[in-house]
Design a protein around this ligand. Structure first.
Ligand code: SAH
Length: 476
């Protein structure tokens, strides 16, 4: 007998478990790409199971070939591209898609900018900070040069069939892709790199071999200043000896007068770390000079600097606008690196205090303050979460706070300190939209999100940066 209709009972269909998807490695099937994932891969659904396809774009129909099977999702490669997206462009680098750093080179730049804004929206929808549906998420500020922007090339070297190859690791492997060109690099960094590699091959210098833990040269790092065009070359080596170093130095200096700093970093043994602790001067000066926001910064081989110096000024100017500084303000520059943000803004406030965990970076920050005649900025070694309570206990109160944390975001203890101090002006510079959204969920409702401004620092990659303006919420 049919039961009377019970309004409390829900339809049962949604509880039926979905049958397991039976799929094997190498299987091929047509797949429509629905969107891009945070790492820039295409995402489609094969029988309701998420399938990541690097290199595929939204709206495209591909024949996908399964390369890895996970419990919750599949990985696949494009076997055949059936319907290309109108937003698809030809990558400048032949190996785009094989190594990290060019994941979106096949997507038109305007679409890359939209994608980065969408990453912000998706992260907000996931972590749901208070009022997130009403946040003003602005259009991504484009980089002035979507190619040739990157100031540092750090290439691994390998000896393969009698030749020296130099480049980045192939994704998920320790194979090195020989990179003759790299369109995102500042061109001079590549000219010096390829010439050096040719000389190293000609002079038959010993390249480090992971398998036997023998040989000498492991990595070459080249950094160029965008403002002075000075170049620093660092050989990262397995031994302190660098054969033929006189000849290499002489060739470098005569062929490239801009190479004003030649260094050697000693990193012995088979280690996952690229850099060792000891850096020696081989020729020229130990630093190169970069100008940012009207100040000169001296960079040693290990100093951290944003990879896109031209766009860095835009990022910092956005951070400054978000805190609306006054001459009487005390500004905290947290996660300071070499102090580039705080020092740039020191002339707009009464004093700057900053902290950073890497002692050498803090030395650089204080040294660069001195070089630029800045006497109202001081940097200390320590974590933001440890130093902030000490500074507050010692009576320091601050009006403005700029945080620029690594991908892990703000430590919970620091968030508690911020909520206890409640600075009226607060800018959050973020390089990871997921941890940003998670931190905002905790900072709201004490703070209100006035706007989020995405800034593209790394064109051709899925990496996003954003500046968030936060104000104390009068209704909290
Ligand atoms: N603001 C700088 C650096 C940003 S990168 C710039 O624009 O160049 C983030 C920095 O935070 C790194 O230099 C890292 O060493 C530092 N850091 C990481 N964890 C930290 C912590 N818990 N407290 C303070 N600094 C930290």
């Amino acid at each position: 007998m049919p039961q009377p209709f019970d309004r409390r009972r829900r339809p049962r269909t949604s509880h039926r478990p979905t049958p397991p998807v039976i799929v094997n490695l190498g299987d091929r099937f047509p797949l429509t790409i629905k969107k891009l994932g945070v790492e820039g891969q295409g995402i489609g659904y094969f029988k309701h199971k998420v399938c990541f396809v690097p290199g595929a774009l939204p709206g495209e129909v591909v024949v996908a070939e399964v390369t890895k099977i996970h419990e919750k999702y599949l990985e696949a490669k494009i076997h055949q591209l059936r319907t290309p997206s109108p937003a698809r462009v030809t990558p400048r680098d032949a190996y785009a898609g094989e190594a990290g750093g060019f994941e979106l080179e096949h997507l038109a730049y305007a679409e890359q900018l939209k994608f980065k804004r969408q990453v912000v929206l998706d992260s907000l929808a996931k972590f749901k900070p208070r009022g997130y549906k009403h946040y003003e998420v602005r259009d991504t500020i484009p980089a002035p040069h979507p190619y040739g922007y990157r100031n540092k090339a750090q290439f691994q070297l390998r000896q393969v069939d009698g030749h020296v190859v130099a480049g980045l690791y192939r994704a998920n492997s320790h194979d090195v892709i020989d990179m003759e060109t790299c369109a995102i690099q500042m061109p001079a960094t590549m000219r010096v790199m390829r010439q050096l590699v040719a000389w190293i091959e000609e002079l038959q210098l010993p390249i480090y071999d992971e398998a036997t833990n023998s040989g000498i040269i492991k990595t070459i790092a080249i950094r160029e200043s965008a403002s002075t065009n000075e170049i620093q070359v660092t050989f990262i080596t397995n031994s302190k000896k660098l054969p033929q170093k006189r000849r290499l130095i002489e060739r470098l200096q005569t062929t490239f007068p801009n190479v004003v700093s030649i260094m050697q970093n000693f990193n012995p043994g088979d280690t996952p770390l690229v850099w060792g602790d000891e850096t020696m001067l081989l020729a020229g000066r130990p630093t190169i000079t970069e100008s940012l926001m009207g100040l000169d910064f001296q960079l040693s081989a290990r100093s951290f600097l944003q990879l896109n110096p031209e766009q860095t000024e835009t990022l910092y100017e956005e951070a400054a606008q978000a805190v609306d500084l006054q001459p009487t303000d005390t500004l905290i520059d947290a996660y300071a690196g070499i102090g580039t943000i705080g020092l740039s803004l020191a002339n707009r406030v009464q004093q700057v205090r900053g902290m950073e965990v890497i002692p050498a970076a803090v030395d650089d920050a204080n040294h660069n303050a001195q070089l630029n005649g800045i006497d109202n900025a001081h940097y200390e070694v320590g974590t933001a979460e440890e130093l902030m309570p000490q500074w507050r206990a010692a009576g320091l109160h601050f009006d403005a706070l700029i945080v620029d944390p690594p991908r892990t975001g703000l430590d919970q203890a620091l968030i508690e300190q911020i909520l206890a101090e409640n600075p009226t002006k607060f800018a959050y510079v973020s390089c990871n939209m997921a941890t940003l959204a998670r931190n905002l969920a905790r900072l709201t409702p004490t703070y209100r999100v006035d706007y989020i401004q995405p800034v593209d620092m790394m064109p051709q990659t899925p990496r996003c940066e954003a500046v968030v303006k936060l104000s104390l919420n009068p209704n909290a």
